[in-house]
Write a protein that binds this ligand. Structure first.
Ligand code: KIV
Ligand code: NA
Length: 271
């Protein structure tokens, strides 16, 4: 079965096997991860990972659409979810619909993701009722870094724990098919997961979430610095250094290109 997974498939996995997700922003990495994941998130983390920005705030709708198209071309089985960037949806449900419709039409992706709980519930409902599957994102929401006062783990106080659970419940009730739970202390992430009927996707949250997501470059060991919750499954940064230093040495020694790496005049046919 080579049918692409849908938001409905993912939304139905509350009591199924854990949902596996990673980010990708490119065709080639999307193709490599596609057989192993249930969904690929084209995250607005691309602003930091691809462009060296300090936050996700400057990321534009055009940037998300361009990389979303690349990931759709590279993948064929996983659901592709594209992040709605800061400024493209918060103003009103109608503004959110216009942005989300552009993402869906111009990328062909199967769902969008937006940050926020109680305050975004009306918007989630507006989109979901009009044919746009919405993944929520609660807890540490990086687009709100300027009002949160930094990348802060959520749920530490009783007040904060109650807020993040209320946020999750509000967007679940509004029709989000799933939600990312980011940077929430473990017991609160676990309690939150038990309190909503749609799958939760943890990042810096809990093994008891209904799935997990990481930024691909972080888990591959390509990002220069990563938060504590990231487990490095590879060391791509070191591999690139080794390969590039060997290449530089061989170019300087004129041992690359070798005979097998260059073209010669074709040999004359005998007789
Ligand atoms: O932008 C992103 O990569 C994300 C994930 C970390 C969930 O939102
Ligand atoms: Na994001």
């Amino acid at each position: 079965d080579t049918r692409r997974l849908t938001a409905v498939d993912i939304g139905g996995r509350k009591n199924g096997p854990p949902i596996v997700a990673l980010t990708s922003y490119h065709a080639h990495t999307a193709a490599i991860i596609d057989p192993f994941v249930d969904f690929i998130l084209v995250g607005d983390s691309l602003g930091m990972v691809m462009h060296g920005l300090e936050t996700t705030i400057p990321v534009t709708l055009d940037m998300m659409i361009l990389q979303g198209r690349a990931v759709m071309r590279g993948s064929r089985r996983a659901l592709v979810v594209v992040d709605m960037p800061f400024g493209s949806y918060e103003e009103s449900p109608a503004a959110a619909f216009r942005s989300a419709a552009r993402i869906m039409k111009e990328t062909g992706c199967g769902a969008v993701k937006l940050e926020g709980g109680v305050r975004m519930a009306e918007t989630v409902r507006f989109l979901a009722e009009r044919g746009i599957p919405v993944m929520g994102h609660v807890g540490l929401t990086p687009q709100s870094i300027n009002t949160m006062g930094g990348f802060r783990v959520q749920g530490k106080s009783q007040e904060s724990a109650a807020q993040v659970i209320a946020d999750a419940q509000a967007i679940a009730a509004a029709g989000a098919f799933s939600m990312v739970v980011e940077g929430v202390i473990e017991p609160v992430a676990r309690q939150l997961t038990a309190s909503v009927d749609v799958p939760t996707i943890g990042i810096g949250a809990s093994a008891d979430c209904d799935g997990q997501i990481l930024v691909l470059e972080d888990m591959l060991g390509l990002s220069p610095k990563v938060p504590k919750f990231v487990k490095k499954y590879g060391s791509l940064g070191g591999m690139i250094e080794e390969a590039v230093s060997a290449y530089a040495e061989e170019v300087r020694a004129r041992t690359f290109p070798a005979a097998e790496n260059v073209y010669q005049m074709p040999a004359k046919k005998a007789g």
